[in-house]
Design a protein around this ligand. Structure first.
Ligand SMILES: Nc1ncnc2c1ncn2[C@@H]1O[C@H](COP(=O)(O)OP(=O)(O)OP(=O)(O)O)[C@@H](O)[C@H]1O
Ligand SMILES: [Mg+2]
Length: 230
């Protein structure tokens, strides 16, 4: 369902040189497959997820999602694909501060044009253990609670691909496992493919497929850091 070919991403630097981050000849995920992505901090995991989600345009290469070539679309076109097909749990949550937990989950659905399904939003918030926080706004939620809202929101619009960037980094170990189980069960039940970034080996070892970014990416962090100094 996800097919990446010759993906290159580099960032322009103030001195007009380029900082190489990604050079991935091939990477794919099958429908409903669950994959963990591990790798060094600064290696490019978030950048890869941003490219797949269409948030960032790659420098070159192809990204196909269900046969649709994301890299041929305009920014607005990529936004539509993301809203319709992709759930994203951001490393920094990106919840809307003016809205309650329930509204944040609900709004995920309206962006996708699928209409509000209040029962599903409530059910997802219940499953992440927040049934008693439905009407709290992000500032009144703990960091871990905000992260759980972000997980519920990402699953709300029944995506075909879930991208999760360290979705349990701010959650205590007992609840971490619950969130992982929730994400995996939900993805299994609804045949959602998943790519999850984690720094936790305890989480990674639960997955059949674990990819190390350094092994699929030809750019290595020290090389990128060198580019930084030049
Ligand atoms: N907009 C940007 N402009 C310039 N450089 C950037 C930009 N975004 C990311 N980078 C650089 O790209 C590299 C990869 O960053 P990225 O956030 O993808 O790493 P990561 O693997 O997700 O790290 P972590 O595990 O710490 O979250 C870093 O060296 C970072 O400085
Ligand atoms: Mg990151």
């Amino acid at each position: 369902m996800l097919e990446i070919t010759d993906l290159v991403k580099d960032f322009p630097l103030p001195d007009r040189s380029r900082l190489p981050v990604l050079d991935i000849p091939q990477f794919s995920i099958s429908a409903a497959e669950q994959v963990v992505l591990i790798g060094e901090s600064g290696g490019g995991k978030t950048t890869l997820l941003h490219c797949i989600a269409g948030i960032t345009a790659p420098t070159s290469g192809r990204i196909g999602i269900n046969g649709l070539q994301l890299t041929k679309l305009s920014e607005a076109g990529r936004d539509r694909v993301r809203a319709a097909r992709i759930g994203y749990v951001f490393q920094t949550f990106n919840l809307l501060p003016g809205f309650s937990a329930l509204e944040n989950v609900w709004l995920g659905m309206s962006f996708a044009g699928k209409g509000h399904d209040r029962n599903r939003a409530v059910d997802l918030l219940q499953r992440v253990g927040l049934s008693n926080r439905l009407h709290h706004k992000p500032h009144a939620l703990s960091v871990g609670q905000q992260q759980r809202v972000a997980v519920a929101r990402a699953l709300a619009n029944r995506p075909t691909l879930l991208l999760a960037d360290e979705p349990t980094a701010n959650i205590d170990p007992a609840n971490q496992q619950k969130i992982i189980d929730l994400i995996r069960d939900c993805c299994r039940e609804e045949e959602v493919a998943m790519l999850m970034v984690t720094h936790s080996m305890q989480i990674a070892e639960q997955f059949d497929r674990v990819e190390r970014l350094e092994e699929i990416n030809r750019v290595h962090p020290d090389e990128a850091a060198q580019g930084d100094q030049e």
